[in-house]
Design a protein around this ligand. Sequence first.
Ligand code: 2U9
Length: 348
Amino acid sequence: MDLKDKLNELKEKGLENISKADNLDTINQIRVSLLGKKGPITEVLRGMKDLEPQERPKVGQFANEIRDELTKVLAEKKEEIELIKMAKKLEKETIDVTLPGKKVQQGQSHIITQVIDEIEKLFIGMGYQVVDGPEVEEDHYNFEMLNLPKDHPARDMQDTFYITDNLLMRTQTSPVQARTMEIHDFTQGPLKMISPGKVYRRDTDDATHSHQFHQIEGLVIDKNITMADLKGTLQLIAQTIFGEDREIRMRPSYFPFTEPSAEIDVSCFKCNGQGCSVCKNTGWIEVLGAGMVHPNVLKMAGVDTEVYGGFAFGLGPDRFAMLKYGVDDIRQFYLNDVRFLNQFSVKG
Ligand code: 2U9
């Protein structure tokens, strides 16, 4: 067999093996075994030295052609295998966009938070600061500074969770106001603040009582503050929460930290004052407590009562939310049952 026949045979055999190959490893093996330094084609070319000199170029050209063709076919086959591999991979990774998606459970603000947010927004708009304070409070700030000395009968009005003789769970958010008033520099301007937060009372939980609930208290101290300022502010709260058409009325009351003190009713948002089950046929619903800050409270915080005076008010976001959304059991707010909570959609 002459060299040309040998080369032809190598080519045919090589092409056959390449056509049968179905993975990249095999292609690689064929390439190395056919075209590598120790491969048969190199071997044939080495044997050219034994040929007649005039034969050599022809055989050399023929060998090169075969090597080029095999190289080209190997490359084509390699590309084909890679394409098939990619197609298989893509098929496996196909996403069926028609499958129903997994629903993401979306949370929202708690109904009490929504009421607090609404009131905060109103007061921030009027230049008040929103102030936080400790829930574990000193007797001094929770009672003493608010004109409730140790022997004061009004201390009986609220049963308290005591931690030590002097430490307790705050029964109101007023201690935050007392602390703020104490450090406020009145030469820099008036004090206008609200303090929302959790408060604690030693109550037995039932439909209308909870040992932990919320309060928002407000305090304004400045020169020339009158009850008219207070009434206008309370009117705004009532309208913001219960609607534009609401009116308020003030009834005399008693709180140790305010004098005079008042309880505030809002005209019934359900019957517009005509009388219904919500307002117990009175046309009015009690929603707030308020008054002019007691001079003793101002003095204890180091405020000059000859120059400054102010008003304060307190409200219960739990009660507001119960009235507004017709919730008849305060405990619902603290059970964290999403079937209850999800009924109250967040407003923009
Ligand atoms: C300072 C001085 C005075 C806060 C006030 C009320 C009246 C009041 C209750 C309403 C329902 C609390 O949520 S509730 O249980 N509050 O009636 N609170 S005046 O007076 C202050 C506060 C701080 C330094």
